[in-house]
Design a protein around this ligand. Structure first.
Ligand SMILES: [Fe+2]
Length: 492
């Protein structure tokens, strides 16, 4: 392996015992380029060609108030595979906020858990006073990485091969872009939504593969809501209005307290890909909150959508958490909010919804073969998590047709990242390929990249590749075939 370090970023962060600034969540401040990574076990497959990327949260400056891991500065890590070789790079996303804090040498914004008046500068997003740290999500669209923030900030571009900064995406609308933009690899279109505290409270848009905003429409809601993700089928996009949102009385005083609103159903907006507000069909369903969706597809008169339905969307503060962090740690603990793999069927003829769990385990952060995005699909891959912690401990593969499932659990002290499906070159079967994930090994104090052959799922990793440094944990990840990077779409 050959490695080059970039000049260090300026950091004012001091050591602390914060549960999400230590261990597998210790911020990484180093940026490197590394080529010809060392293989620890197995061999790098020669039948994949593309890039795996993960966005992680790495707080650079000493927090002004109480730190929440979603406040951390976004850092994109990429590993590029070609002809059995792997290279790695990582870069902070040079957001306006990151650059301003580099210049100031200190934090300028408070975080998600801080009350009004903590931030020294105005901010972006649905909260107003937060820094847009572009730390939530990452996709590849129109040959560029698009990095986004869940509170609706600016979308930031980076080059998928070099991680060179491309600045703010030119197509972003005034109300910003939420995380979980969706790329339809078949057409190269990017679908997105945003949400805000002012009417109409949500918009939906489409950007073509050349980076042009080709569609933007309001999807009016009854008030401020907190949608996190969306889904799409071949002809429709599906947005949501879920009954877990800010307390309206407290919000008038500038306090953002999330609560369940008893008596309200979940509502899903099914809108044609290029539809207007008048074309939206709303479907009601059991109350819940959903962080993430899997795929959606059309089946006769029905739109089928898979999601992770939360049994307990407003969990109690986690016992044993450090003072002042119980509430935060409860909301970060899947074993507190209890997401279940769940299937909705929206009947466009009758307007009825049917829904049911597909599994009773606590699962989230699902992935599937993107060649099947918007189309009928059979295989889903979810992650399992460590009770009490936002840390991934393994993967479950589901055959949604037969109900069969297979599980891989990592040894103690090893934590995964969201693991997209990598199709093998020339694959015919939906599950002919690999799951790819970064691993943080807390015991050994280092990180790896692993690949699991999805046809031999329970055999565990077929290849382990050493990364040049220990990365921090984070949220979302993506795989992009080189064909998608080069052409902006993947030929069917
Ligand atoms: Fe997310």
């Amino acid at each position: 392996m050959k490695m080059e370090r970039l000049p260090p970023v300026k950091s004012s962060l001091r050591p602390s015992n914060h549960p999400y600034l230590n261990g597998a969540w210790t911020p990484l401040l180093e940026e490197v380029d590394a080529t010809d990574l060392e293989v620890i076990e197995g061999a790098i497959p020669t039948d994949i060609d593309g890039v795996y990327m993960r966005n992680t949260e790495n707080q650079v400056q000493q927090p002004l108030g109480r730190y929440h891991p979603f406040d951390g500065d976004g850092m994109v890590h990429m590993i590029s595979f070609k002809d059995g070789h792997a290279d790695y790079r990582n870069r902070f996303v040079r957001t306006r906020g990151f650059e301003a804090e580099q210049e100031a040498g200190q934090s300028l914004w408070g975080g998600l858990m801080d009350g009004p008046g903590v931030s020294l500068r105005p901010g972006f997003g649905a909260h107003g006073g937060l820094k847009d740290s572009s730390s939530t999500d990452v996709v590849v669209h129109g040959g560029k990485i698009v990095s986004t923030f869940y509170q609706c900030g600016e979308a930031y571009w980076l080059d998928p091969e070099t991680l060179e900064q491309g600045g703010v995406a030119s197509w972003g609308p005034l109300d910003g872009v939420s995380a979980h933009t969706k790329v339809d690899e078949a057409t190269g279109e990017l679908l997105f939504f945003n949400y805000s505290k002012h009417a109409p409270y949500m918009h939906y848009g489409v950007v073509d593969r050349h980076g042009k905003l080709t569609h933007y429409t309001p999807v009016p809601l009854p008030g401020p809501r907190l949608p996190h993700d969306m889904a799409f089928s071949a002809n429709y996009s599906i947005l949501n209005d879920l009954p877990v949102f800010w307390d309206e009385e407290l919000l008038k005083r500038g306090i953002h307290a999330v609560r369940a609103h008893d008596g309200l159903p979940s509502r899903f907006a099914v809108i044609p890909r290029y539809g207007q507000a008048k074309d939206v069909r709303w479907f009601e369903a059991k109350p819940t909150y959903i962080l993430h969706f899997l795929n959606a597809y059309e089946d006769g008169d029905e739109v089928v959508m898979d999601a992770y339905f939360q049994e307990n969307p407003t969990p109690r503060p986690l016992a044993d958490a450090p003072d002042g962090y119980g509430h935060m740690m409860g909301f970060l603990d899947e074993h507190s909010f209890l997401p279940r793999l769940h299937r909705y069927r929206f009947n466009l003829k009758t307007g009825e919804t049917t829904e049911r769990h597909l599994d009773e385990r606590t699962l989230e952060f699902g992935m599937f073969n993107q060649r099947y995005a918007g189309k009928p699909y059979r295989y889903a891959y979810s992650t399992t998590s460590k009770p009490g912690w936002f840390l991934f401990t393994g993967f479950v593969k589901h055959d949604l047709e037969t109900g069969e499932s297979w599980e891989v659990t990592l040894p103690d002290g090893r934590y995964a990242s969201e693991a997209p499906f990598v199709p093998r070159i020339g694959a015919k079967d939906e599950d002919d390929g690999y799951l790819v994930s970064f691993i943080i090994d807390e015991t050994a104090g280092r990180s790896e990249c692993v690949l699991i052959d999805c046809k031999r799922f329970e055999d565990g990793p077929v290849c382990r590749i050493a990364l040049p440094h220990k990365i921090s944990s984070g949220t979302h990840a993506v795989w992009a075939d080189r064909e998608l990077i080069r052409n902006g779409f993947v030929a069917g």
